[in-house]
Ligand binder design. Structure first.
Ligand code: LMR
Length: 393
């Protein structure tokens, strides 16, 4: 049986952690996988998560199944986190998933049941795992222009023109905030014509919202998704708690579906659950329960928000500091865009060969497209890194 297979290529992002671990150089830097790290390089358990886990440990009396949709308290809390406490949730459905990727695959399979002939339009570039997930669900994919490497900004006009190539009924995958891998985002003013175009041309929005709270703030990062909800008839959102609750390995995220009406949401939701039933039956519980405990408790929630905000502000400072270090070392403003970007990533604009040199000569690990994880930077090593970048240019 297995002789018919050849080895799968290593994952372009996750394999970096293995290479980094095996590097003995004490000066090495891990700017690869999108995991938040503090200034000591540690991915700590957030205070509120720790406390919620303690409460969970003390109060949990059984490990029996929770149910197909997971923790309903969690699902409601996630809807409120994304759409706001006062939002009308009557035509919304949510179910807990195994991480943001579980949500993406569930939505992709659901949409394949609804409209198998649609093309899914993705930003150029997009997260490395989007295309494989969508192709595994059987979709054709195409790209719309998005990032202008020369200016480090979004090509908003070209994006609109590109989306006009889509056929009515096609699907557009949009990064709700903190674009991965570029860090360049539409302003809310730039979102408005995109949303109008989707409505006008009957293009279905499929939003990936994996970094809420890592860009401009929890509310601000949900602005685009809320604008969409106010204008489009239907949409799907894949959201994740991996980053903003730092619960990566526990795998928790959510599928959110907005129907034309309550009945539409209910039917789509039932199909989403039929989809997860054949994918993995039911989602893991632990971190979802912890997240629910946090979001339902005012004091814990306030503490979580303040720790998340400190993480966000630290990333902003690192962006500023790194852009300044690069300005100093390169005597140019070429990298100033890093300070303007938001979220966990930006791209340095290096070739793959230059990225290889950074790894081989300096022990600096980043994705081959020169995407680096801002939270992997260290305050006291910004000039070392900038010098290395200048050396390989
Ligand atoms: C990333 O983009 O680095 C993260 O989302 C981790 C992953 O699964 O690729």
């Amino acid at each position: 049986m297995f002789e018919t297979l050849s080895a799968a290529p290593p994952d372009k992002i996750l394999n970096l952690s293995i290479l980094y671990k095996n590097d003995a150089r004490p000066t090495k830097m891990d700017l690869g996988v999108g995991v938040y790290k503090n200034s000591q390089g540690a991915t700590v358990i957030m205070r509120a998560v720790r406390e919620a886990e303690k409460r969970l440990y003390e109060s949990q009396t059984t490990k029996t199944y929770v149910g197909m949709a997971g923790d309903e308290g969690f699902n409601k809390a996630m809807l409120q986190l994304v759409f706001g406490k006062k939002a009308d949730l009557s035509r919304m459905f949510a179910c807990q998933t195994a991480g943001g990727s579980g949500a993406l695959r569930t939505i992709a399979d659901l949409l394949a049941k609804a409209r198998p002939d649609a093309t899914i339009w993705l930003s150029d570039p997009t997260w490395a795992n989007h295309v494989p997930i969508l192709k595994a669900a059987g979709f054709k994919t195409a790209t719309y222009p998005y990032f202008d490497p020369a200016s480090g900004t979004v090509k908003a006009d070209a994006m609109l023109e590109g989306l006009k190539q889509a056929k009515a009924g096609d699907i557009t995958l949009l990064h709700g905030c903190c674009h991965n891998p570029t860090g360049a985002n539409l302003t809310i003013q730039q979102w408005a014509p995109v949303v109008d175009l989707l409505v006008e041309r009957d293009l279905f929005p499929f939003v990936d919202l994996a970094y809420q709270g890592f860009g401009d703030g929890l509310e601000e990062d949900a602005a685009a998704v809320r604008l969409l909800a106010s204008k489009v008839p239907e949409m799907a959102v894949a959201t994740s708690c991996s980053k903003n609750f730092s619960v990566y390995r526990d795998r928790v995220g959510a599928v959110i579906l907005m129907g034309k009406d309550a009945e539409g949401a209910k039917i789509a939701g039932s199909q989403a659950l039929a989809t997860t039933r054949v994918l993995y039956s039911m989602p893991p519980d632990h971190a979802a329960a912890a997240v629910r405990i946090i979001l339902e408790d005012d004091a814990l929630c306030a503490d979580w928000k303040s720790e998340l905000e400190a993480m966000r502000l630290r990333m902003l400072n690192l962006r500023k500091g790194f852009a300044e270090a690069l300005r100093r070392q390169s005597n140019s403003s070429r990298f100033d865009f890093i300070a303007d970007h938001r979220g966990m990533f930006s791209r340095l604009g290096l070739t793959e060969a230059q990225v290889d040199r950074l790894r081989d000569e300096f022990g600096i690990y980043m994705v081959g497209d020169s995407r680096f994880n801002v939270a992997g930077l260290k305050e006291d090593r910004l000039d070392d890194l900038a010098k290395a970048v200048v050396a390989i240019l």
